[in-house]
Design a protein around this ligand. Sequence first.
Ligand code: ATP
Length: 242
Amino acid sequence: MKKENVIEATNLTKIFGDFTAVDAITFEVKKGEIFGFLGANGAGKTTAMKMLIGISIPSDGKATVAGFDVSSHPEDIKKNIGYMSQKFALYDDLTVRENITFFGGIYGLKRSQIKIKSEKLINNLGLQEVANDLVGSLPLGWKQKIAFSVALLHDPKIIFLDEPTGGVDPITRRQFWEMIYQTAHEGTTVFVTTHYMDEAEYCDRVSIMVNGKIEALDTPKKLKEQFEVDNMNDVFLKLARG
Ligand code: ATP
């Protein structure tokens, strides 16, 4: 059976003054897919992602996310997606439990649902001992795992991850990717940006942006064949750095 598209972008464009940051990108992402969104600094990834999550209006072209148009129904999109960035994820001065309660409330969950989901999250991540500790006192890797679980509290159809593993050690990154696999396996689509090329290998498909355009899009295996190299790092170097 053909899987449904949960993201469809057609000639999606963002122009700032006379600078085109995202230049007519066209792609689709299927339900349950892990889609890697790669590009060098300044390639336009964040700008594209901002349009997809409904916080920036496209200058041209169109996109639908979870079936909703990003320009006309941005609020419906927000109810159907989770978002986690490297820079802002959780409040350091709230405890683990308080963060879960706070974000559960923002996502519109009822108190009773928050209670159940909160205990489940704490048990799944083995956080019983630190549930009442301030998030600021925890190692970065733990924070990122909690932030990821919190972004999934409202069972979104798609989770957007903007460099979710920046600065964490390789073992924690591997554990984080186990969580990503599990999430995709359960049917949630994962849209992820990363600068780590080993992580690009873990994606079902990868797109590579160069100067606002998508210059390559395929499975890691096919991209390596196409560029006649044996790892994604070399694909990236050939493309993104010319
Ligand atoms: P990084 O990996 O560094 O986050 P990126 O691929 O996400 O890079 P963007 O942040 O999307 O890149 O930026 C793409 C280009 O658009 C950059 O040249 C940036 O300076 C420019 N840009 C982004 N936002 C604005 C804005 N609000 N006004 C003007 N230019 C902008």
